[in-house]
Design a protein around this ligand. Structure first.
Ligand code: 8YV
Length: 335
């Protein structure tokens, strides 16, 4: 057999559920036997099973629910799920492991974009940016007045971060620049050097931290332990004037309880990028002026999405070449 034929045969068969940035799709076509999603339409579960037929690698994204029942139906050929994204809560990693399927993600490359967006929300809510922009466009603005549309200052306030991983730390770094004091709750205390650099205060008890902050930002993954972590009781630990930002996963907050508290004035505001049941947004949240709701834009930059695609490609290449896979999800290890 000629080298070229042999090399061609070794190309892994890669199936992708979503339309990816053009440069990534081009690269995938060069390197792999790639079956891409030309329409960009969300695939059904049956469609995912059907494209997996004979495939070595599946590339899903956050909107594809790769649960145990679906994994059970995968053909034996599928050996790698190379997720396009960091969070893998939509993939049953245990079920994959039980079938000998490796799961990878794309950490590190969307940290700064997600932190930027978090800060945008953190400023937008207390300073009423979206409400103001809406008013300006409707022509209802009657002019500057000393008491017109006052919001709240963020400088000097206390920010509580839940989950001090890459994104939590990037948010803390930015918050420092705004003169915001950083507090955090994380299963493990971060290294002293990082804590010192961020001038961050660690709280072993989440409930206690919640009582002492003005702003709250969520940056932990959605797992069995963090599902509805911010339930009614925890939301009631927060001071009345607090603002909650969520750019992690919607399922971490009890959305109905949050909406109730925002409507009654028990909480001051929320900036939300993620929702429990995307693309549906709890209707009560959308009725409130003190909610800034955006459609899962955390990593939505051209640069970020290309970098995520490059990570997917690298993971597939390492897998195909039999090398150590850089972003392999290890069960029970923090991502
Ligand atoms: C991605 C995200 O856009 O990476 C993540 O976990 O939440 C997003 O920012 C999405 O997951 C793509 O699959």
């Amino acid at each position: 057999m000629k080298y070229r034929e042999w090399h061609e045969m070794k190309k892994p068969i890669v199936v992708v559920t979503h339309k990816l940035p053009a440069v990534i799709e081009t690269r995938m076509k060069e390197l792999f036997d790639a079956n891409l999603n030309a329409t960009g339409m969300q695939m059904s579960r049956d469609q995912i099973i059907s494209i997996c037929d004979g495939a070595d690698v599946l590339v899903p994204s956050v909107t594809d629910k790769i649960d145990a029942a679906l994994i059970e139906r995968f053909p034996g050929s599928v050996k790698l799920i190379a997720n396009f994204g960091v969070g893998v809560n939509h993939i049953d990693c245990n079920a994959a492991a039980a079938r000998g399927i490796i799961v990878t993600n794309t950490p590190g490359v969307l940290t700064e974009d997600t932190a930027d967006l978090t800060i945008a929300l953190l400023i937008s809510v207390p300073r009423r940016l979206v409400e103001g922009a809406r008013l300006a466009r409707t022509g209802k603005w009657t002019g500057w007045r000393p008491t017109f549309m006052l919001g709240y200052r963020v400088n000097g306030k206390r920010l509580g971060i839940i989950g001090m991983g890459r994104i939590g730390q990037a948010v803390a770094r930015r918050a420092q620049g705004f003169g915001i004091q950083v507090h955090y709750h994380n299963r493990n205390r971060v290294h002293q050097e990082i804590e010192g650099e961020l001038e961050a205060t660690w709280w072993e008890s989440l409930d206690e931290m919640l009582e002492h902050i003005d702003l709250l930002s969520i940056h932990c993954p959605l797992t069995q332990e963090t599902q509805q972590l911010l339930n009614s009781e925890r939301l009631d630990c927060l001071p009345k004037h607090s603002v909650i930002i969520n750019t992690a996963r919607g399922g971490i907050i009890d959305e109905a309880a949050l909406a109730e508290r925002l409507a009654s004035g028990r909480l001051a505001g929320a900036g939300l990028d993620v929702y429990a049941n995307e693309p549906q947004i709890h209707p009560a949240l959308l009725e409130l002026d003190n909610v800034v709701a955006i459609p899962h834009l955390g990593s939505a930059t051209h640069e970020g999405r290309i970098a995520m695609g490059e990570k997917v490609v690298m993971n597939i290449r390492a897998f195909a070449d039999g090398h150590t896979i850089p972003d392999r999800i290890l069960i029970g290890v923090d991502i």
